[in-house]
Ligand binder design. Sequence first.
Ligand SMILES: Cc1cc2nc3c(=O)[nH]c(=O)nc-3n(C[C@H](O)[C@H](O)[C@H](O)COP(=O)(O)O)c2cc1C
Length: 212
Amino acid sequence: MQDLSNLRKEYTQAQLTIDSLEKSPILQFQKWFDQALKAAILEPNAMVLSTLDNENVPSQRTVLLKYFNHLGFVFFSNYTSRKAQHLDTNPNASLLFPWYALERQVILIGKVERITIEESKAYFFNRPYGSQLGAWVSKQSSVIKSRQVLEDRLSELKQKFPQGKVPFPDFWGGYRLVPNNIEFWQGGANRLHDRILYKEIESEWSIARLSP
Ligand SMILES: Cc1cc2nc3c(=O)[nH]c(=O)nc-3n(C[C@H](O)[C@H](O)[C@H](O)COP(=O)(O)O)c2cc1C
């Protein structure tokens, strides 16, 4: 058995104090997101979405954050996928940003809702041609015989929908996670990490420090 017990690193990049953080977790997230962009870490907008099925069995997958503001955090997906089925029956979900290069993680918990079709359309028609076709090609999360099935379907769709003429797929669109719980984690020396938790109570954000 491979011994991984020596795979460890001291975290020394930064410290968090409640006073140094924004009162709004959304502004604090914006600050950290800008720093992640500036640090040129791989896929700074990649986040792990966790959902529960109708028997409360969890599953996770990476999705890309496309925009965020005080209303919530928006990603796009297929509305017939496994995650979609989960969210249809249980809107409770979490998002985790694994910004290890910065010795950071951010975890958001809340409910997920579908964005409006108009909002999804606005995003879809700004996607590159290949991504627009991609949304049509994949019956996400269903079993397929081979990769060839996808290649054939893509060729078919390219004939059917030339560039600039790809219609909006009504089985695809955006989701918005509306957080009521946001934790900022910063690695610290000797495993004394900083954890600051924002909780929304009656439209106000409370801030507390958690033990690491
Ligand atoms: C870096 C990365 C980004 C991804 N972005 C998305 C995304 O924005 N939307 C999406 O539906 N799937 C995305 N995926 C694929 C998902 O992780 C997942 O395989 C897919 O959504 C099916 O998940 P499900 O079967 O649980 O519904 C991404 C995967 C990776 C590794």
